[in-house]
Design a binder for this molecule. Sequence first.
Ligand code: SAM
Length: 279
Amino acid sequence: MAPTGSLILVSTPIGNLGDLSPRATDTLARVGVIACEDTRHTRKLLTHAGISGKRLLAVHEHNEAGQVAHVLGLLDRGVDVAVVTDAGTPGISDPGTRLVVAAAGAGARVEVVPGPSALVAALVLSGLPTARFCFEGFLPRKGRERAERLGAIAAERRTTVLYEAPHRLEATLGDLLAACGPLRLVAVARELTKLHEEVWRGTLDGALARARESAPRGEHVLVVAGAGGPEPASDEQVEAAVAAKPSRWWRPSWVCPSAGSTTPPCASGSDPPGGAIYG
Ligand code: SAM
């Protein structure tokens, strides 16, 4: 018989606690057990949300496989189990997927309470094309696997989103530059939704120079432009643009750095007539 409990993936804030949705709060308050990466971290979130007395179960990258049977047992007994991680959406460079596979395989209901993720936040802030993109998560630390991923990013025509730790940012920007060339466009998104949120837009050589100038701090996402620049516009986009009869040609200058940045000037050919209007 299929388990009667549900597994519910719940997205939590990536910095700003105000981003915890009402539905996320309701779900965390009503489930029997919350599977979380770090119980102390989740307790703080629950306290903020006014939720107390919850049973927490530690499920992190080192024990997720072993905790699957435990969670399946709870679902079998009709207990609803929420899955949260320290920040963002479970399963995105975080534990969660093994539980989904096991619960769905056992015939349990699996739901999601969508919400914050650094991946989507950085992508939409980058100004790079969002219609087609790929997510690399964290690059392998070294060796052939890392070289292969870098080679794939260099050839990729879609925008690529990567996570990176601050102390590895300079090395990764250096490797991306070596693979993609110094003029590949990149956005470096830092501390999203937090006090020191910042998005820097420019080229890989500018980003590397900046990382060398002062040691990067906080959480970072890199958004790298696809090879060969943006994809050509579709017929529908061209027709819509013609129908709109623009008074002048416009395209977003997504190479332009944020105001106040120390980046070199925008790459040639990328500015809209009349100068930068974005960034
Ligand atoms: N599951 C999370 C999500 O949905 O975004 C990602 C977890 S992953 C272990 C942590 C990485 O996400 C960080 O190293 C950083 O690259 C990125 N990240 C998380 N919060 C961030 C923030 N507020 N600003 C920028 N990057 C962030």
